[in-house]
Design a protein around this ligand. Sequence first.
Ligand code: HEC
Length: 140
Amino acid sequence: MAHDENRPSKHYDTVSGIKVKHTRVPKFLKSIYVILAGWAAYYAITATTINDRTDAVTPVEVTAEAGKEIFNTSCAGCHAVTTQRLVGPGLAGVKDRLGDQELENVLHNGRPQRGMPAPPSLGLNDDQIRALKLYLDTLK
Ligand code: HEC
């Protein structure tokens, strides 16, 4: 009788021509499975979506205070709040210099051709821009 490759054996099965050994799953692996499953369940229950995370760091308050933080994060690399010029002009007295409307305009559209990025392109939403405006209004 020809040797039967698929003959069940005590020591291995043959799956698609590959011999698969029968052994017990080692104890340490079982504990790893249990720990991973537990972690996955914990993660699935407690994880927040990326959007929620961004919301968490986005100040919802439209205040000059919040605006100052946004300024320090998004603008201070190019602007001082004094009259000193960095990459862009110092913003002391900017409201009086530009007037409300032009300031609003710059805060929404920037001046991309002149090196001032449009703040929405920096990832700032309307509330953040409103807060920024309140803060810039305080710069005398
Ligand atoms: C990559 C550098 C850069 C960043 C970041 C930047 N700016 Fe500017 N900004 C400039 C430059 C350069 C100008 C000058 C543009 C010009 O010559 O008209 C400018 C101009 C301005 C002006 C007009 C000032 C004036 O006297 O005409 C305002 C207001 C302003 N920026 C506010 C902001 C705010 C608020 C932020 C943060 C959201 C910001 N900028 C981020 C470079 C930057």
